[in-house]
Structures are given as structure tokens and as C-alpha cells.
Write a new protein. Structure first.
Length: 323
């Protein structure tokens, strides 16, 4: 048994042709955030603190679809959501519909610790944020030029865009843009376990490009996008509706609990046998310090490290490993 950490920056149809100028900043961001998490675990911080720190940093990086990089609704607005869960206590918190909160994951933790509830959304969540004195900024802070262009493309194509999307046929301009990676990856998340087997998970997102105002995805739904208990911690990414239908994060834990599967077996079963192809990826760690990062999409931005010295930063199935 030893500490372990895994994080993701979204799964989807990430093209192998993704140019270096779009790939490398995300890889460097994953490396940076992995370092933050590893240092936290080495310093004996509780896993709950570690996953919050890592996801906060991911929210602050505009290349990812959370916080500063959140994609836009059909009306050109931002609606951010997040959740966090402590596997030891089963305490959890979630938020949705945020428009001004800089770090949604930290507000989710405050919901967990400062209210009798699990889930706050929209005006109520924003009011709670003001009461708690968390950092807020005008909603324009979260709206980037890249996401304005992504929304324009999605509206022109009359679709809700999920993570990376296959190129639109018969339209060279849009096909090139999407192939270059302009269709923004999804959810960010982190899972961690310390040397005593304590587990935690956190997930955050801006949702879907061109989503309906008021749409809520899997990220803040405990048991769908986020879950942690005494066996494992899971953070999922992909098509939120499919993840909710499949109760993806909880199913990993349930297969371990009720069928006695290993973390790898349970995670692989959920991703490759129980959810439609092209819809989901996840990162998970077990109380024993094991790591699993399966996905059934073209790729998933992901990273992990364990106490025994293994570390990995990868996008596509053929892993690129960094020691």
C-alpha cells in the first residue's frame, strides 16, 4: 500500500493530428498539476485537500473546460459545475450553474462542510458563494475568444458539442478547425489515496458547447461523475448523459464491492462493457494504491503517479510515459 494520484483533462475524439501548439500546453499543464498533487501527498496532506488543490489549478488553466476555460451555453453564457467527495466519511458536496465563482470545486467543498446539504445550484449557489467570501469575478472573466469561436461553430452546425468531436463532413473550414483541436476537451478531475488508504475525488467542468441554459451534466452528480468510498475514488469524463445513465463512478466501486473485482477489472468493465463506445473515460485509484485510467474514446488527457516511482502523462492509448 502507498499513495497514488491520477488526474484527467477530458476525454473525447482527440485527433492524432492535434498540432504541438495545442497538445504541448495541455501536457505541460498535466505535468504541473501532477507535481502539485504528488508534493501534497508527500507532505502528508489529506487526499481531500490534494484533489481540491489539483482541480483548482486545472480550473485556472484556460486550455481545459473548467473554470477559466469553460465552454459556453447556447446563449453565450458560462454555467460551471463541480463536486468533491471524501471516501472515508462519504461526505460530499456539489454545485451547478455558477457564473462568477473562480473555483467551483472549492465552493463544492464548502457546501459539503458548511451546509446540511450536498448540492446547491444557480442563484442559491451564487448567494452561498458570496456569503462564504469565496473569490468571484465578473462572468466575462471566464469567456475566452476560443470558446466564443467554438460556440459559433457549434451553432452553425446545429449541434451540442461534446469534448472533441469528429470533423463535420463537407465543410473544409470547420473540419480543419476541429481537427486542429478547436472543439475543446471536457471535464477535469483528480483522485488520490494516501499511504493509509484514505481516498478522495473531485471533478469540475464548464459542460457542453452550445448546451441549453440550465443543463446539468454528470460532473456534480455523486455516483455518476464523481465517487469515493473506502475502496476506490473515481472521476469520470465524457458525454454526461451517458455517464449519468450508467452511474459510471459508483459502478466501479460497486463491482469491487459486490463482485470482488480489482480496480483495473472494475474500471475496464464499466468503460468497455457497460457504457457506449465513444462516450466515457475515467481515472481511479484504490485503497491499495492502484491506478486505472481507461477510456473508450479516441483519447483522454491524463496523468498519474504512485509512491513506488511510476508516473505517466498520456493522451492516446499508446502511452507516452515520463519517469
Amino acid at each position: 500500500m502507498g499513495w497514488a494520484i491520477a488526474l484527467h483533462g477530458g476525454a473525447g475524439d482527440i485527433p492524432l493530428s492535434l498540432p504541438p501548439e495545442r497538445r504541448q500546453p495541455r501536457e505541460e499543464a498535466l505535468r504541473h498539476c501532477l507535481h502539485i498533487g504528488v508534493e501534497g501527498l508527500k507532505a502528508k496532506l489529506p487526499p481531500l485537500d490534494v484533489v481540491e488543490r489539483v482541480v483548482r489549478e486545472l480550473e485556472n488553466i484556460p486550455q481545459f473546460n473548467a473554470g477559466k476555460g469553460s465552454v459556453l451555453t447556447s446563449k453565450g453564457t458560462v454555467e460551471m459545475e463541480a463536486s468533491i467527495m471524501d471516501g472515508t466519511t462519504m461526505n460530499c458536496g456539489a454545485v451547478s450553474g455558477l457564473t462568477t465563482v473562480v473555483n467551483a470545486v472549492s465552493l463544492a467543498r464548502l457546501v459539503m462542510e458548511k451546509t446540511p446539504h450536498i448540492y446547491l445550484a444557480f442563484d442559491g449557489a451564487e448567494e452561498f458563494a458570496r456569503q462564504q467570501g469565496v473569490e468571484t469575478l465578473h462572468s466575462s472573466h471566464f469567456i475566452t475568444a476560443e470558446n466564443i469561436e467554438r460556440l459559433k461553430q457549434a451553432i452553425e452546425a446545429n449541434r451540442v458539442q461534446i469534448d472533441y468531436t469528429q470533423p463535420i463532413q463537407n465543410d473544409t473550414k470547420k473540419e480543419t478547425a476541429i481537427a486542429n483541436g478547436d472543439s475543446q476537451i471536457g471535464t477535469v478531475g483528480c483522485v488520490a489515496v494516501d499511504g493509509n488508504g484514505n481516498l478522495a475525488s473531485a471533478t469540475s467542468t464548464g459542460g457542453l458547447v452550445n448546451k441549453m441554459v440550465g443543463r446539468i451534466g454528470d460532473t456534480p452528480v455523486i455516483g455518476a461523475g464523481t465517487y469515493a468510498d473506502t475502496r476506490c475514488a473515481v472521476s469520470a469524463t465524457g458525454k454526461g448523459e451517458a455517464i449519468i445513465r450508467g452511474t459510471v463512478a459508483r459502478d466501479v466501486a460497486a463491482l469491487m464491492e459486490f463482485k470482488g473485482l480489482s480496480l483495473e477489472e472494475a474500471a475496464t468493465c464499466v468503460v468497455h462493457e457497460r457504457t457506449p463506445k465513444g462516450t466515457v473515460g475515467l481515472v481511479a485509484v484504490s485503497a491499495k494504491g492502484e491506478v486505472a485510467m481507461p477510456f473508450n474514446t479516441t483519447g483522454m488527457f491524463r496523468a498519474c503517479a504512485t509512491e513506488d516511482g511510476y508516473s505517466e502523462i498520456s493522451i492516446w492509448p499508446a502511452a507516452t510515459k515520463f519517469e
